[in-house]
Design a protein around this ligand. Structure first.
Ligand SMILES: NC(=O)c1ccc[n+]([C@@H]2O[C@H](COP(=O)([O-])OP(=O)(O)OC[C@H]3O[C@@H](n4cnc5c(N)ncnc54)[C@H](O)[C@@H]3O)[C@@H](O)[C@H]2O)c1
Length: 441
């Protein structure tokens, strides 16, 4: 029964004065269960922001069964031209084009007959685009972080609830092969009760932040505006799933600290002549930001943001329980009673027995897609859930809780690391929402 039919039935029963226990029970289940929308046979997509990440998603979506990109939007006409060429070359009909400036997505949302508006734009545009999509009856999907302030996190939650639409933050790291292996091991109870986790985004972005194209046009500016964890979701998403955040536990409060800001200044001094405008820029973002989150069930999470210093890439990716732990970079496992005492095992050795079934289902289709295949997995799952009328793997409460760390860490950093409460975006439903299952293709 879809939501509309359910409401009709419920309304009929109430009018007839017959709110039976069955109807009441179903009604409660609807309130408490995760949001699902009526199934969509062919998901029509408007894609907004076709730069580095957007073009990767466009390429994936052309291979995912059951969807069509019927409209494309970018402020840069070269990017919409690329999308038209790529979509038609794949044998799909030519999409409508919106490239009349930074608010042309509003026209796309208002005029196009779409099921989903998916955006991979600079951070400042994520929320306006999602809100416009939902206001016009479309589901929204957005790159990470979904929002950069706590108010904007609430705006997404309120719009999704008001318009009864999905608003999904596309956290691809949740679908990483090793992240899904760790999640599967947690679900199998291999690590016992999970007590602590660590994650982060530790990526030397100096050349990208100073590039004359792509993220160089907008990402560095945030380093002048906000001293916080600007990009918390890659590290947090996978461990939040392992800890059932918003589904049995939730982020309660955090404390955050940033160190000095040196990396971008030094890089500008080394790469630009003295008269270059980049040499006069001032940065407030501490090169390393470290945050501790306490959950409502008393567990702890350590989250780091580190993008301005020379270093190899890491997301840390650690989940620890009463019986063992997973630790990434490099991927290692220790299971008491199974691993040699006090010695790591290679996580890869666990893949055959414990690899996540989703990877077993569609690893071949995902091969060659961005970030080792995980980007294809997330796009595939989004479309499948929409087509089958299922709750999405990640929902608007996850988008809000994970993204809220940007605004909350800024607040804590600016107040001598004072503890800051994380809002309960579920308004109490985290206690009853079911844990994320072992999803399949
Ligand atoms: N999940 C990941 O692994 C991952 C990796 C890279 C980037 N991202 C995220 O993807 C998003 C985009 O990053 P990117 O690297 O693709 O940046 P990018 O600069 O390469 O692409 C952004 C695109 O948006 C367009 N754009 C800007 N303002 C617009 C507007 N108002 N309307 C329509 N189009 C607009 C730009 O012209 C550009 O083509 C960001 O949120 C970023 O955090 C995620």
């Amino acid at each position: 029964m879809d939501r509309r039919d359910f409401l009709k039935t419920t309304a009929g029963a109430v009018v007839a004065g017959a709110a039976s226990p069955v109807v009441e029970a179903m009604s409660a289940q609807r309130r408490d269960g995760p949001f699902a929308a009526p199934p969509i046979e062919l998901v029509r997509i408007g894609y907004v922001g076709i730069g580095g990440m957007g073009s990767a998603h466009v390429n994936n979506l052309l291979k995912v069964p059951g969807c069509r990109i019927t409209a494309v939007c970018d402020v840069n006409p070269e990017r919409t031209a690329w999308a038209v060429q790529t979509i038609t070359a794949a044998g799909h009909p030519e999409p409508a084009v919106y490239n009349r400036g930074p608010r042309d997505f509003e026209r796309l949302c208002a005029e196009e007959d779409l099921d989903l508006v998916y955006n991979a734009t600079p951070w400042e545009w994520h929320v306006p685009i999602c809100l416009s999509a939902m206001k016009h009856g479309k589901h929204a999907a957005v790159e990470v972080p979904a929002a950069m302030t706590v108010d904007d996190c609430w705006a997404l939650v309120e719009a999704a609830e008001k318009h009864q639409r999905h608003c999904v933050m596309m956290e691809n790291c949740n679908y990483g092969r090793m992240e899904m292996l760790a999640f599967h091991l947690v679900r199998k109870g291999m690590f016992g009760e999970i007590l602590h986790a660590e994650g982060g985004y530790l990526h030397d972005l100096r050349d990208i932040k100073f590039a004359k194209t792509g993220e160089g046009l907008w990402r560095r500016a945030w380093s002048s505006k906000v001293n916080a964890n600007l990009y918390p979701t890659h590290g947090l998403g996978p461990v939040a799933n392992c800890m059932d955040i918003n589904r049995g536990d939730r982020f309660d409060y955090l404390v955050s600290m940033s160190g000095p800001s040196r990396g971008l200044q030094n890089w500008a001094a080394e790469h630009f002549p003295p008269e270059a405008p980049e040499r006069r820029e001032k940065y407030v973002l501490g090169d390393v930001n470290a945050t501790l989150v306490k959950t409502a069930n008393g567990r702890t999470i350590y989250v780091v943001h580190d993008t301005n210093l020379p270093r190899p890439y890491s997301r840390i990716h650690m989940v620890q329980g009463t019986k063992g732990l997973f630790q990434g970079y490099p991927d290692r496992v220790y299971v008491e009673g199974r691993s040699p005492a006090h010695r790591w095992e290679q996580a890869g050795e666990y893949l055959e027995e414990f690899g996540h079934p989703l990877w077993k289902d569609i690893a071949a289709q995902a091969a060659g897609a961005g970030h080792g295949g995980m980007d294809y997995m997330e796009d595939y799952r989004l479309i499948k859930c929409l087509r089958e009328g299922l709750p999405t793997d990640m929902n608007v409460y996850d988008a809000a809780a994970l993204s809220s760390l940007v605004g909350l860490t800024a607040r804590s950093v600016s107040q001598r690391s004072r503890p800051v409460d994380v809002p309960d975006f579920t308004r109490g439903r985290w206690r009853t929402l079911p844990p994320l299952g072992i999803v399949r293709a």
